[in-house]
Design a binder for this molecule. Structure first.
Ligand code: BDP
Length: 591
């Protein structure tokens, strides 16, 4: 799915800002058609942001159901004769978009974009009322899944099996944009190279065509010089003296796709891409034929005040801190991040493992009185699988052209030992490969699904495991933890003979808590914990990466092991370094 852009033939208007806001406490908004007129409310809310932490009101923060956003929108006068679209970069977790009273789009899945052609409902030069109903409910039919319970006194509560707060709202930008009638609808670029020549395979989808359109493509280098051109909706372009996209050096080309009618330019879309290859060979993960070692973090889109709202300044600062630690990569735990994050990674040569929102497909963590078995009618069922297929398809559709993305991760810590796991995951792994044959596919394994119990890792290209020896196992005993971790890693290596990435390892740490005895929760313990893990990783040939959990402290649902959130950050939530940050900087900057 193409990101909207300004081009010689397209215009883009950003609709971020303050919206009228109403919480649908009585769950009556849809029946009463709140979209039919101005929302009756005094409240306003900021887009982009999570709404949860903006108001000093527990009822709003804990609300389970719809909230409503509304604003008036002016359509530029010059757009007459063009197609006019509205796009939401995300609505978490479900969005319904109304233009005046008409429902123009509905979308499930809180971290991928959706758009609607609203030309028939608006007029160039006129205004319309844009209303968006956003639902934060998680059910068996959503990714991530969840369960809604009702207390004896009638309060609806959201239960979920993942360890981050269920922030909701309009977390990313809203756009109004114009396109020509006959237009570039999609662009797919895949690359490799032969010697010094880059091979750029492309395919262009055209929409709204009358039949007589022709398509041309041009490749521009980073200075804007044309280095290749071709005609037709698909083909292979050759780029001489190619500059590769490399980890640490994100060289980008642009492919300009143009649609012509009777020799006249009608649409122009510019897609950036990098020339690089990714390959698994034996126990190695190769980028451009060179062994790559992942150094970095699992992260979260999470900040005080704005929750999961995207903010360019905070994003930039997070990237600067990543760089300061010497990290070369991260995983988009546990959902697709804003596209601006991937664009930054593309430009700066940062390697990304791109993950769907499929987290918490596991009842073994315990759900109170909830479902007892993961793959069952009352938890992960055919509805979940359908949403999971959609989540994978939308992730690949959105992110396929990002050179920074070197691998798809289709789930985090699902139950991989129950008999339902293999029938559930086999088709999903196959689907991902069918959608993109150029990148390895993985899933992330949970600690209690040991090499003996796991039934699905062989379906994937890389072994990705989260291990907490010294924290959840052998808590505080780093010596026993070291032995146990090494033993298990050797078992994975022997069983699969594939590269292993430690996708999570970490210890909760209260910034400022110090201990002479390396006591858990102290900064000294976190540092010693990381050093123990690193000693083990360095002894295992198949280990090709280490992603610390987590980059920064983050908000979670409250719980007996969560004091104002998860404290496994190497930085605090306001991005101050704990002692462990210096350990990482030393290790990662020196090799
Ligand atoms: C893993 C999860 C991650 C949690 C982490 C933890 O993948 O989301 O936050 O453990 O417990 O199970 O800190």
């Amino acid at each position: 799915m193409l990101k909207p852009q300004n081009s010689p033939t397209r215009e883009l208007v950003n609709l971020d800002g303050l919206y009228r806001f109403k919480v649908d406490f009585e769950r009556s908004g849809l029946a009463e058609k709140w979209q039919a007129g101005p929302l009756r409310t005094e409240m306003e809310v900021a887009v982009p942001s999570s709404y949860n932490d903006l108001f000093p009101d527990k009822a709003i923060r804990d609300h389970v159901g719809y909230v409503w956003y509304q604003r008036d929108v002016q359509v530029p006068r010059g757009w007459a004769g063009q197609r006019i679209h509205v796009r939401l970069d995300s609505a978490t977790h479900e969005g319904k978009v109304f233009v005046n009273e008409v429902l123009v789009a509905e979308h499930q899945g809180g971290y991928t974009p959706f758009a609607s052609d609203i030309t028939d409902h608006v007029t160039a030069g006129g205004t319309f009322r844009l209303t968006i109903a956003v639902n934060n409910e998680l059910t068996q039919a959503s990714i991530p899944p969840g369960v809604i319970t009702v207390t004896k006194d009638g309060r609806r509560q959201q239960q979920y099996m993942h360890d981050f707060y269920n922030y909701a709202g309009l977390h990313r930008s809203i756009w109004l944009y114009s396109t020509p009638v006959a237009r570039v609808e999609d662009v797919t670029v895949t690359t490799d190279y032969t010697g010094t020549v880059g091979n750029v395979s492309y395919s262009i989808d055209v929409a709204g065509a009358r039949g007589e359109e022709t398509v041309t493509v041009r490749v521009l280098d980073a200075e804007g010089r044309q280095v290749a051109e071709s005609e037709g909706r698909e083909g292979v372009l050759r780029v001489a003296d190619v500059s590769l996209w490399q980890p640490g050096a994100g060289y980008l080309y642009s492919l300009v796709a143009e649609v012509h009618q009777n020799g006249e330019l009608v649409d122009s879309y510019r897609q950036s891409f990098g020339v690089r290859t990714v390959e698994i060979r034996g126990k190695q993960f190769l980028i451009n034929g060179q062994p790559f070692y992942f150094k970095g973090f699992g992260m979260h889109e999470d900040h005080a005040g704005i929750g999961k709202g995207h903010n360019q300044a905070l994003m930039l600062n997070d990237f600067q801190l990543l760089d300061w630690t010497g990290a070369n990569s991260f995983r988009t735990t546990h959902y697709p991040y804003a596209e601006e994050v991937l664009e930054y990674a593309d430009r700066h040569g940062i390697v990304v493992i791109d993950e769907t929102g499929a987290v918490g497909l596991n009842t073994v963590f315990g759900f109170g009185a909830g479902p007892k078995s993961t793959y069952s009618d009352d938890y992960v069922n055919e509805d979940t699988a359908a949403s999971h297929r959609q989540a994978i398809a939308e992730l690949v559709a959105r992110d396929k052209n990002h050179p920074s993305v070197v691998m798809w991760c289709i789930a985090n810590e699902p139950n991989a030992s129950d008999e339902g796991a293999r029938p559930y995951f086999e088709p999903l792994a196959a689907l991902t490969r069918k959608l993109d044959a150029t990148r390895p596919v993985g899933y992330v394994n949970v600690g209690f699904d040991t090499p003996e119990k796991d039934t699905i890792t062989d379906l994937f290209d890389v072994v990705m495991i989260n291990r907490y020896y010294g924290w959840y196992h052998h808590h505080g005993d780093l010596s026993s933890a070291e032995t146990a971790l090494e033993k298990e890693l050797l078992e994975w290596e022997a069983k699969h003979g594939k590269p292993i990435i430690i996708t999570e390892y970490g210890a909760d740490t209260i910034a400022g808590l110090h201990s002479l005895y390396e006591t858990p929760w102290s900064e000294e313990f976190q540092a010693a914990f990381l050093e123990m893990n690193h000693r083990v990783f360095d002894r295992i040939e198949a280990v090709v990466g280490e992603h610390v959990w987590n980059f920064a402290d983050f908000q979670t649902a409250t719980g007996v092991i969560r004091v104002d959130g998860n404290k496994k950050g190497v930085f605090t939530r306001d991005r101050r370094p704990k002692a462990a940050a210096h350990i990482l900087r030393k290790r990662w900057s020196s090799n």
